[in-house]
Design a protein around this ligand. Structure first.
Ligand SMILES: Cc1cc2nc3c(=O)[nH]c(=O)nc-3n(C[C@H](O)[C@H](O)[C@H](O)COP(=O)(O)OP(=O)(O)OC[C@H]3O[C@@H](n4cnc5c(N)ncnc54)[C@H](O)[C@@H]3O)c2cc1C
Length: 214
């Protein structure tokens, strides 16, 4: 697995940053925050990740139930065509994917898991939530963009968008973080992951988190 170039579906470099990013504090180690941290590590910008829980991954969390991996959060890569970064990352990380259309057989839908735009709001409001404040406070997450609202690939896309903004580049590199990356300039520290499962393992390799755990 080697690092590859990713973009957010746009060729522009988002503006709104005051000055140059030399050191970045990422709050939250979900897919959005981890994507930012990974891109910054590859871009040579110092980054510290703060996570409130004792594991990384956020709402992407796989547990081992009697020997079987079970996703407690996201598991589907929705609409994998059209530049979906999760699909590209799964291929990069060697995660096997299988095509399926569950909609005709679905009896219920876990609505509580997803961001909903409240009555009176529209897609532009989600996009507005991705705008920087005062040139220094940036936002990423599934709810900060309207194109893939509420999905993990939207969260990842928003992380790529913010990393582009911080690095001033039209695309970023994502992939394994080596000890060399971290010791050189990027002490990307997160708490050790306690969860074990497909996603947890991928995240550890994705972020290099265990290199600095403890
Ligand atoms: C049951 C369920 C099923 C889902 N199914 C799918 C699916 O099949 N496909 C799909 O694409 N998406 C699915 N989703 C949605 C997907 O999981 C989310 O869109 C995505 O994981 C959101 O990522 P995020 O980084 O925006 O936020 P999160 O994953 O919520 O990450 C935020 C992180 O920030 C941390 N945090 C919050 N506040 C603070 C703070 N103050 N200080 C420090 N840390 C903080 C949290 O602990 C968390 O780790 C599902 C979600 C759920 C719950």
């Amino acid at each position: 697995m080697t690092a590859e170039s990713f973009d957010d579906g746009r060729a522009d470099v988002p503006g709104g940053l005051a000055g140059t990013a030399e050191r970045v504090l990422v709050v939250g180690a979900g897919i959005a925050g981890l994507t930012v941290a990974n891109a910054l590590a590859h871009g040579g910008v110092e980054c510290l990740v703060l996570e409130a829980r004792g594991r990384i991954g956020g709402r992407l969390h796989t547990v081992d139930l009697a020997g079987s991996p079970v996703d407690l959060g996201g598991s589907w890569i929705h609409m994998p065509g059209g530049g979906n970064p999760m699909h590209a990352f799964a291929r990069l990380a060697g995660v096997p994917c299988h095509g399926a259309d569950p909609v005709p057989e679905m009896a219920g839908f876990d609505c509580g898991a997803y961001t909903h735009i409240p009555p009176g709001a529209g897609p532009a409001d989600a996009d507005l939530l991705g705008e920087p404040v005062a040139g220094r406070l940036l936002f990423a997450g599934e709810h900060t963009q309207s194109a893939r609202l509420a999905y993990a690939d939207g969260a990842m896309t928003s992380g790529i968008r913010e990393a582009k903004r911080l690095l001033g580049m039209p695309s970023v590199r994502l992939g394994p973080v080596s000890a060399a990356h971290l010791s050189r300039r990027c002490p990307a520290r997160v708490r050790p992951a306690v969860g074990r499962g497909a996603w947890s393992g991928r995240f550890e390799r994705y972020t290099g988190a265990r290199l600095r755990a403890g």
